[in-house]
Design a protein. Sequence first.
Length: 438
Amino acid sequence: MRRTRMAAVAALTTALTAALATGCGGGTALGGGANNDSPKELTYWATNQGSSLEADKKVLGPELKKFERQTGIKVNLEVIPWSTVLDRILAAASSGQGPDVLNLGNTWSSSLQKSNALLPFDAKNLRKVGGKERFAPAPMAATGASGKDPAAVPLYSLTYALYYNKKMFKEAGISRPPATWDELVADGKKLTKGGKYGLAVEGGNPAENAHHAFVFGKQHGADFFDAAGRPTFDKPANVAAVKQYVDFLANDKIAAPGNAEYAQNQSVRDFATGKAGMLLWQAARTSLAAHGMKPGEYGVAPVPFQSGKADGRRNVNSMVAGINIGVFQDTDNVDGALKFVKFMTSTEEQRILTTKYGALSPVLDAQKSKPRDADEAVQREVLAKSAAPLPQVPDESQFETLVGGAMKELLADAAAGKKVTTAEVRAKLTEAQQQMQK
């Protein structure tokens, strides 16, 4: 592996404070860079998209066999949990021993772009997978820093939506889903009674917290980074954004204190089992079904705004969530890897995979079909009109870790009965900003 890339990866790893895994799968050669030494085989790291790792294998297995029949290239699949996938990618980038093709959270694109871990999708490589114009603009905006070749291309798109329990709403006398945060809090208080709460949150998950902080920040007219990519975590509007979210538990008390510890999708379970009347989540349909909740039992609406007249830069109610697919820089089957990316992002495969996963397709042709249900209809509208990519800066992953971690601590304080003030929120965000600047 080139020394410059090893240095870049080492710096990135330190910045992310990620503990690298000592062993990782895959069969690429060390030090050679992208080549075609193994033209009949690929290793593919897929992220866990379904209800379990085994469920993903059942979804992907037949499609990979289809690719093998078409091309003669065998694909060795490994599905990796979200809790370890970033460490695995960084370890592979550092050692040069990794997969040929991999999924990655689109919020990591710029960070991995900085490490040179991924094969750039320059004009030539984009043509090999069908061209940039095949993909919707919003998901393409989450593939790396502006002005640079994308680090990957979009595979699955997601947006946040508001899920609400129809029966609980009816019993509480609520006739429609809230369109503003004031309405959501008011509805949440009506729903909070008898051991049930208005809203389920995933307070122990730093990434989930940071996603909401980003949206609230946009709605307050602020960003967590300036135009030069420097952190601005403790700007007054960002402080207000974080406090507004933390206050769902701390001040409004529409989220259960135990939600401060949730980090394994327990908020989805609580909503599905009637312990909470509302949920802010990405493409929850398959997860809710896994918990026994039927589609007719819940409604889906866009995430609220600060007011009914959101416009301009404040017209954001979701991050552009989703999964990108990239090619490892040291692949020993670059042509096969690009063929596989083209296959996975083909219109036919997109319709198959996004239907099974309940995701949106970032491929424009695949979006021409009728929405499967209200969930997809809402997400399509949000993706097209009011979703924005997280900051495409190399330190974005640190934003999730540090700001999301600060919110986790604030929610834990609130759950313990401590009053969370604006000054305390500002202090936590200032500390997070200082940690990033070290």
